[in-house]
Design a protein around this ligand. Sequence first.
Ligand code: ANZ
Ligand code: ZN
Length: 812
Amino acid sequence: MAKYSKEIDRKWQKKWEETNLYKFDENNLAKKLYVLEMFSYPSGSQLHAGHWFNYGPVDSWARMKRMQGYNIFQPMGFDAFGLPAENYAIKTGIHPKDSTEKNIVTMEQQLKQMGAMFNWDNEVVTCRPDYYKWTQWVFLKLYEKGLAYRKKAPVNWCPSCNTVLANEQVVDGTCERCGTEVTKKNLTQWFLKITDYADELLEKLDELDWPEKTKAMQKHWIGKSTGAEVTFKIVDSDLSFDVFTTRADTLFGVTYVVLAPENDLVDKITKPEYKKLVEEYKDKAKKQSDIERQSITREKTGVFTGSYAINPINGRKVPIWIGDYVLNTYGTGAVMAVPAHDERDFAFATKYNLPIERVIEGGSELPFVEYGKLVNSAEFNGLSSEEGKKAIVEKLEKNNLGKFKVNYRLRDWLVSRQRYWGAPIPIIHCDKCGTVPVPEEQLPVELPYNVEFAPDGKSPLAKCEDFINTTCPICGGPAHRDADTLDTFVCSSWYYLRYPDNKNSEKAFDTQIINKMLPVDKYVGGPEHACMHLLYARFITKALRDMGYLNFDEPFLSLTHQGLILGPDGLKMSKSKGNTISPDEYISKYGSDVFRMYLMFGFAYTEGGAWSDDGIKSIARFIERVERTIDSITDKIKNNSQTKSTIENAEKELNYWRHFAIKGVTEDADKLQFNTAIARLMEFINALSKYNNEKTINNEFVESVIEDFIKLIAPFAPHFAEEKWENLGKEYSVFNQSWPEFDAKALIKDEIEIAIQINGKIRARINIASNSSEDAIKDAAINNPDIKKQLEGKNIIKVIVIKGRLVNIVAK
Ligand code: ANZ
Ligand code: ZN
């Protein structure tokens, strides 16, 4: 028998492909299981340990599910547009399309060496026109619905990548891609109106089987805040402004108000003698990021505008300041300051000597930020904060000076990019007709190949005459195309909808097919996508649902994040640190199953950890040991040399470990707890090997045990198991076998006999597990059919258990 190696991998990969073993059965949708792993970016560094950790173990899970009778759909593709390929192109001169397509070929090959059950017929590659045609279609549908719009706005700008970034792509004030500090620029950009779905995106989170941490992150990112908007009129002026507050109960304590420096009102109300200071302050504020401005520890600063506003609840005149701790992008860009009950306002008031007036009772010191009873608040005195909020806003409402209001931290999603390597935005700008969507029959708007893509802050496509000049679909006059491309997150926001119907040339997808195939049953990928991809995809699903293209609410019902595999030094793998692990080398040395199994045994799946060469060596030895044991027993069975006919203690012992493993592997692997599942297989092989040392073995029995062992190890070592299955003379393929079921009786290791007495006389004897609890023994005794009969018409007064020996039932 051939020893397990990469040749065995190749043999079975070939056979699986030839026999189309993993083909999804479109006629058995009742048992469909859509298993999805986040598709990868086709980068030059190719398939790394992180990809493997995402795909290998999930494939093992899916294999077990297949053997349990599920019809598995497990597609794979490439998220192929985006900055890395373009930045690489700028460095090397190699066109992004060429480098990307080349990387895809390599990565496809590497993925095939993994031996996963990927449905390659359903592959999608987002940078190819047959895919991005439909990305453009999605954009146009959103546009039709008013969910895509263009506006001039201060946007995040990365001076190094030379492009705008979505809020989600700014991490601690720096560019997510390159780490450069992000600045603000006023630009006309395309946005998707994700905020229309803020409430549903929040509410539906509770129904999802997702990691709690990820749900909490989305919740925080959406940032629902319930409060009120209160209108302040400006003294000696027709102007007014609203503030957003979550503490309307403190309205009587307002001693000044603060506008964001960028608030449009500032220029209109600033008195001439304050202009200079205000302008200087505005300039300084512009250079600060929102994150810095919100920092709790940072000193609160501001300047007075010279104007006053009227508190609508008591008519009091309060000064209007500007201060950079107020963000123009949140609420109304203005706050009412209550220094007695808010930390920031307190610091500000103390610094600038503004009055501080308590309106909530409680605490000995100010600021007192908790809820309490209202004081110094006229007719509202004595109300609780909750009651006060309601009563005060209701009164304001009557006078048209306020209303209840819910605010969200979530902003609309900025999707236009001034870069080359992305899907062109399917919009035409006509001097006469304005913004005109490209008619569907003219899609795709193809991305031209010959473009000067070095970034200079303008869209590369703007410089491509052939592309940019076109005719207006409405008036036929000269017009130009939108020169921006779509953020790659738009491409990945709907790819799971394309997989099941990826060859459809008429539509993005067939609604009927998709409604049957989705939602995705299990989604696995990195946690870094919590507030980007995972939020965008939910939004797009909901928007398409509301247009009638889908009938489900959520794309991913169950989500798991795999952990991170670190370098042997415990640090994040990176080329510059020289601590990367190249899967290919290990696979060619040990075979792909050893690599896969080490990943599953060496780490808790959701945690990951540091790579260890010793760890993979020990898995290689484990596979060798399994192979020796199985081969030896297989030989004995084939030669039919020795066999006994009875089931004795040795068989019982082995049978115990067999069923103990079936139970453990099934339950643990189902929860993606592969390390403990594999530990059960190790115990099982120990028992098999011990049994193999018996003088004579029961051939028939041990054959059935080996069959179960091979089935159990098959998801984790698919090539190896297929080979052993064949060696045993079984019919191809082990993956067409059904998953073993455990026998609870076999798990009762030792049974003992117990006598059951009624009023001191033995009436029956039962066999029961030696480790049974007192209650279990009682139950068994009372429910024994013979005893039941004899107890008929009697009342049980007492049951005495003498553990390990007898039960005495006292009855009358
Ligand atoms: C008066 C007040 C009194 C407030 C008090 C708090 C405590 P969340 O929960 O995050 O929504 N605020 C409103 N708009 C702001 C902006 N654009 N920039 C900075 N701060 C802003 O926070 C709402 C509270 O944050 C609001 O309630 C407002 O201050 C402030 F004792 O109004 B509060
Ligand atoms: Zn026109």
